[in-house]
Design a protein around this ligand. Structure first.
Ligand code: GTP
Ligand code: MG
Length: 182
């Protein structure tokens, strides 16, 4: 690659990574999406302009994935996250409907231990009531604070209603500004 800034999207299979990328870019068919998990199999770079990429990563925790493909995923993604110099930050996507999942917490703890910066992005918030959403968000934050002294940046989104698009894009643009100034 060419050293352009990269922003990666990661999370459990079917959490909505590819759909979020399409929502952010306003291009419905840019990243392939599917109601069956395991759609994204490669590290896909989407060039947004001459400054940066969004990077769609394959999902983890796909129960039907073979052991071999899980290992391949791990090596691939670990290498990418650990050694990609142009990677600015990673967005860890979380299905807002679910209680904290072990696999997500483990992944975040791994990132933290390796000093890989990440933010949390709650997805599919159109699928629950605002009171259920608030309850889940509070529960999630509490869980994270069991491991960490402070919360990472948190974004709350719906790719269906485009809720949360501006704050996420603003955050990316702030990071890009700092990157360019450095
Ligand atoms: P893999 O590539 O398999 O890892 O999945 P992914 O995380 O890229 O998920 P994808 O974007 O393909 O979305 C999975 C399913 O969730 C699709 O049927 C999407 O339409 C649906 N979906 C994603 N985001 C939202 C959302 O914000 N709201 C609703 N209602 N559905 C969503
Ligand atoms: Mg995908």
């Amino acid at each position: 690659m060419d050293g352009k800034a990269e922003f990666a999207f990661i999370g459990r299979s079917n959490v909505g990574k590819s759909t979020l990328i399409n929502m952010l870019t306003g291009k419905k068919k840019l990243a392939k999406t599917s109601s069956t998990p395991g759609k994204t199999q490669l590290i896909n770079h989407f060039e947004i302009n001459d400054e940066w990429y969004l990077v769609d990563l394959p999902g983890y925790g796909y129960a039907k994935a073979s052991k071999k493909s899980r290992q391949t995923w791990e090596v691939f993604i670990t290498e990418y996250l650990l050694h990609r110099e142009s990677l600015m930050t990673t967005f860890v996507l979380i299905d807002a409907r679910l209680p904290p999942q072990k696999i997500d917490l483990e992944f975040m703890n791994w990132c933290g231990g390796k000093g890989i910066p990440f933010s949390l992005v709650f997805t599919k918030t159109d699928k629950l009531s605002s009171s259920a959403l608030q309850k889940n968000l509070i529960g999630y934050k509490k869980e994270i604070l069991k491991y960490w002294d402070e919360l990472p940046p948190v974004f709350v989104t719906s790719s269906q209603s485009k809720f949360g698009r501006e704050p996420l894009l603003n955050y990316i643009s702030e990071i890009l500004k700092a990157f360019k100034a450095s």
